[in-house]
Design a protein around this ligand. Structure first.
Ligand SMILES: Cc1cc2nc3c(=O)[nH]c(=O)nc-3n(C[C@H](O)[C@H](O)[C@H](O)COP(=O)(O)O)c2cc1C
Length: 185
C-alpha cells in the first residue's frame, strides 16, 4: 500500500484479534514513529509495547488506578477496567516525555508524541493491521504514570490498540470543504 492510500483509507477498528505486528513489522512501525516532526530534536517520546501477559499487568495497573480514583467502584467496574488491555493482542503506550525547554513549550512536545502515535497508526494500517487510539482517565492519572515509570510532568498521549480485524471497516465519504479555506486576505 502506498503512503497516500494508507493515509486516506486508515480507519479505526475496535474489534481486534491476532495476529499483532510481528518483530519485523513492529520495527518498521517504530521507525515510522520516530520520523515524527520534533522541534529541536528533543525526541519527546517513549513507547511501551504490551503483549501477552504484559497486557494483564497493564490491566492490573488500570484497575488499581480506578480503585484509587473511585473508592466506590464496583467489582463489575473494576473487572471491566482490568479487562481493557485484553481487547487487542498488542498495545503501545505512547508517552510524551516533557522537559523544560526555552524554545519548545510542552504543547509542542505533546504534539510531537501525538504525531508519532499517528505514524504508528498509519504504518500499522499500511502493513495490513488494524487498530484504535484510546485514552480515557488512565492517561491523566499520576498513579498510572508512576506505574509506567513516567514522571508527573509526562503525558500519556494514548494507548494504541493494534491487531487484525476480520471486518473491513466501511469508509464513509469524508468531506474536506467545511474545514479548508483558501485564504484570499
Ligand atoms: C487523542 C485521542 C484519544 C482518543 N480516545 C478514544 C477513546 O478513549 N475511546 C475511543 O473509543 N476512541 C477514542 N479516540 C477516537 C478513536 O481513536 C477514533 O479516531 C474514532 O473512533 C474515529 O474513528 P476513525 O479513526 O476510524 O475515524 C481517540 C482519538 C484520539 C486522537
Amino acid at each position: 500500500m502506498d503512503a497516500i492510500e494508507a493515509l486516506v483509507t486508515r480507519k479505526s477498528s475496535a474489534m481486534l484479534t491476532t495476529p499483532a505486528p510481528g518483530k519485523d513489522d513492529l520495527k518498521l512501525i517504530m521507525q515510522a514513529a520516530v520520523r515524527a516532526p520534533d522541534h529541536c530534536r528533543l525526541r519527546p517520546w517513549r513507547f511501551i509495547v504490551f503483549e501477552g501477559a504484559a497486557r494483564e499487568r497493564l490491566g492490573h495497573i488500570f484497575e488499581e488506578a480506578l480503585k484509587a480514583r473511585d473508592p466506590d467502584a464496583t467489582e463489575a467496574m473494576l473487572q471491566k477496567e482490568r479487562g481493557k488491555p485484553m481487547r487487542a493482542p498488542m498495545i503501545i503506550a505512547v508517552i510524551a516525555r516533557i522537559e523544560e525547554h526555552p524554545k519548545v513549550p510542552e504543547v509542542e512536545q505533546i504534539l510531537s508524541a501525538g504525531a508519532a502515535a499517528q505514524n504508528i497508526m498509519v504504518a500499522a494500517h499500511a502493513l495490513g493491521y488494524a487498530g484504535i487510539w484510546r485514552t480515557g482517565k488512565t492517561c491523566f492519572d499520576p498513579q498510572v504514570n508512576a506505574a509506567l515509570g513516567a514522571s508527573d510532568a509526562d503525558q500519556i498521549v494514548g494507548f494504541l490498540y493494534l491487531g487484525t480485524t476480520e471486518r473491513t471497516p466501511v469508509l464513509l465519504e469524508e468531506p474536506i470543504d467545511p474545514y479548508v479555506e483558501i485564504w484570499e486576505g
